[in-house]
Design a protein around this ligand. Sequence first.
Ligand code: F0G
Length: 457
Amino acid sequence: MKTIIEPFRIKTVEPIRITTREEREKLLTGAGHNVFLLDAEDVLIDLLTDSGTSAMSHHQWAAMMQGDESYAGSRSWYRFEAAVKEIFGFEHVIPTHQGRAAERLLFGITCKKGDVVPNNTHFDTTRANVEFTGAEAVDVVIPEGREPETYHPFKGNVDLEALENLIETVGADRIPMILITVTNNSGGGQPVSMENIRAVSRIARSHGIPLYMDACRFAENAYFIKLREEGYAGKTVKEIAQEIFSYADGCTMSAKKDAFANIGGFLCTNDPDLARQEKDLLILTEGYPTYGGLAGRDLEAIAVGLHEVLEEDYLRYRFASTRYLGEHISAEGVPIVQPPGGHAIYIDAKVFLPHIPPSQFPGQALACALYLEGGIRGVEIGSVMFGRKDPDTGADIPSPMELVRLAIPRRVYTQSHIDYVVEVIVEVYKRRESLRGLEITYEAPFLRHFTARFKEV
Ligand code: F0G
């Protein structure tokens, strides 16, 4: 087999700045040991997120020039709506400025105190938006989904027994919806099988509970199904995506992921009453229902991106480049969530830094070390992001996993960038015993990871 190459050539370049270790030491201290608080200019390879960081194609840029900026009923809106309907197949499409705006609309209308929302694993904004309504967000991923080193082809699957038990205990009337996140971002970018989606849909329908998909990385999930699930090898990725959504009643979507857009999102539903309420709220906080907080040119970029992301040459390259990073660091002994996910590699910081207890945030310590060593920015997905407070004692309850995510922006970095990332990680791994834990000196009441400040223990 020949090398899987980037299926594009580069037409515009953006210089990146190399800093010295001394500079990075000062910058990191100034940022309170929180890489979110660094200036992007001071980062060499930015793997903080794959969200909104994609390189757009010349087709997308050309479409942007055709953006119709009319307030109501613009041409661009109809192109956007047609692209979403063709792939997702839902009756009502509501544009939003990003994924969490869709979440806020959906949960704000359907959830209330005392309700419970199951999901394979809630992403941080999803959990926060559910909890903001007073409802409880419960993760029901299969046990393998919480074991970094265990191999399973569909580690994002919902634990069907746990879901049924939850419905039994809580009662269907207190469950406004069941969610499935494809791919399971917080659990390692792992896919959900079609069989599992079908089974969850059956359970949801038998209890009269709507099923919603958190669709951010739907194309990657569909491609995993094509590669790994029996009966799908001969189908197109688009057909697989259409089948996924055929089992659901609606979805939330961040177009900053699998639509190659720098901003945007949408909310879909088949329920006309809900759509009406969502549009009313949309007008109040986001914008008129034919633009929803987006410019006409953004709608154009998304309409084109949604089709480009389903191209198999792209997805083959996408998976190859993520896997390349995962395989090269794990060959050197670095513990990662196996198998590699679609959009990111997740380093298991608990195993990487066994001498740092969860209360001293090993993931955060590792994220800081990668920046110090090579100017690489990843993100902690562990007890800083998902740690809980005991409601009675206020004590920290650690997250089940302590991960550092290295998310790969779409179509942005080349193989030599990734070779450099491998070298930096392996260097930090060799001197891992010298890394120290952190303690929090400031934290916000929710989504604390964005703004918390730390000092070394
Ligand atoms: N759901 C999932 C699974 C996500 O990964 C994200 C965002 C959202 C919802 C919210 O979308 O950012 O457009 O408001 N994830 C980004 C990330 C931020 O880095 O993984 P948004």
